[in-house]
Design a binder for this molecule. Structure first.
Ligand code: NAD
Length: 260
C-alpha cells in the first residue's frame, strides 16, 4: 500500500507512535522515527522496521520543543529517506496538577511539544505534499481535544488546539490531494498513561487500583484501555486511497467516552 512513500512519525520510540511506525513500515513505507530513549533500543526498532519492508528506517533525536531541531529533523528525513508524504504528529507529554500549582515551565513544555510542534512540522512538510499532489497528515489528539478533565488544563488546551489546527489546515489543503485529520483516543495503555498514575494518586489521595478503575477508566464505557495497535490501524486506514474524502475530521477511538 505505501511502497515508495516516506513517513515521518514523531514520538515513535514508544507507545502509540511506535505502533503507527510499525503499521506503516509493514505496508512498505520508509519510516523516519523520532523520540527519546536508549540509542541501542532505538537501533533495535530501526532494524525491526527495516526487516518489515526491506527498506531503510531513519531516526532523529530532535527535541520537538525546539523549532530549530524540528527544522533539522525534516531536513534529515528529506536527505536520508525523501520528503515525507505521510506526517504523523504523535509526540506528546502530560503533567497532572491543579491549575494554581501548575509549574509554568510545564505549561510551556506541553504547549510546545503537543501543539506548536504540530504547526512547525506541518508548515515544513506540506509544500512537498502539495507538489506531489498526495499527502496525509495525521495528528494524535485525544478525547481531551473534545472534553476536559480536572488537573490537566495545559494538555486539554493543547489538544483542543490540535483539533482546531487540523480543521484549518484541512481546508487549506483540500484541493491538493492532502488530507489532514486527528485521531482522538481515550485511555491507551502506554508509558504516558502508566506514568501519570503516581501523580494522580497524590493529587486525589487514591490507590493505584482506584486511579485505574475510578479515574482513568471511569469515563471509558468499554472499561478497557485502547490498544496502540487499534490506533495504528486507523492511522493506516487514513493513508488508504478510499480515505481521500476524510479530511478535517476528529476521529474518536475512546470506548464511548465522548458519547456520554
Ligand atoms: P508515550 O509516552 O508512550 O510516547 C510519547 C513519545 O513522544 C515517545 O516516543 C517520546 O520519546 C516522545 N517525546 C516526548 N517528548 C518529546 C519531545 N520533546 N521531542 C520529541 N519526542 C518526544 O505516549 P503515548 O501514550 O504513546 O502518546 C502518544 C500520543 O498520544 C501523545 O500525543 C498523547 O498525548 C496521545 N494520547 C495518548 C493517550 C493515552 O492514553 N496513552 C490518549 C490520548 C492521546
Amino acid at each position: 500500500l505505501l511502497k515508495d512513500k516516506v513517513a515521518l512519525v514523531t514520538g515513535s520510540t514508544s507507545g502509540i507512535g511506535l505502533a503507527i511506525a510499525r503499521a506503516l513500515a509493514a505496508e512498505g513505507a520508509r519510516v523516519m522515527l523520532n523520540g527519546f530513549g536508549d540509542r541501542a533500543e532505538i537501533q533495535v526498532i530501526q532494524d525491526e522496521l527495516t526487516k518489515l519492508n526491506g527498506d531503510c528506517a531513519g531516526y532523529s533525536d530532535a527535541d520537538l520543543s525546539n523549532p530549530e531541531a524540528i527544522d533539522a529533523m525534516v531536513a534529515t528525513c528529506t536527505d536520508e529517506l525523501g520528503s515525507p508524504s505521510i506526517l504523523v504528529n504523535n509526540a506528546g507529554i502530560q503533567f497532572v496538577s491543579p491549575i494554581e500549582d501548575f509549574p509554568t515551565e510545564k505549561w510551556d513544555a506541553i504547549l510546545a511539544v503537543n501543539l506548536s510542534a504540530v504547526f512547525h512540522t506541518t508548515r515544513l512538510c506540506l509544500p512537498s505534499m502539495r507538489q506531489r499532489g498526495w499527502g496525509r497528515i495525521i495528528n494524535t489528539a485525544s478525547a481531551h481535544s473534545v472534553v476536559a478533565s480536572p488537573n490537566k488544563a495545559p494538555y486539554v488546551a493543547a489538544k483542543h488546539g490540535v483539533a482546531g489546527f487540523t480543521k484549518a489546515v484541512a481546508l487549506e489543503a483540500a484541493r491538493d490531494g492532502v488530507t489532514v485529520n486527528c485521531i482522538s483516543p481515550g485511555y491507551v495503555w502506554t508509558p504516558l498513561v502508566e506514568n501519570q498514575i503516581p501523580d494522580t494518586m497524590k493529587a486525589r489521595g487514591l490507590t493505584r487500583e482506584q486511579v485505574m478503575n475510578d479515574v482513568l477508566l471511569a469515563a471509558q464505557p468499554t472499561k478497557r484501555f485502547v490498544e496502540p495497535i487499534e490506533v495504528a490501524s486507523l492511522a493506516l486506514y487514513l493513508c488508504r486511497p478510499e480515505a481521500g474524502s476524510i479530511t478535517g475530521a476528529n476521529l474518536s477511538m475512546d470506548g464511548g467516552w465522548t458519547a456520554a
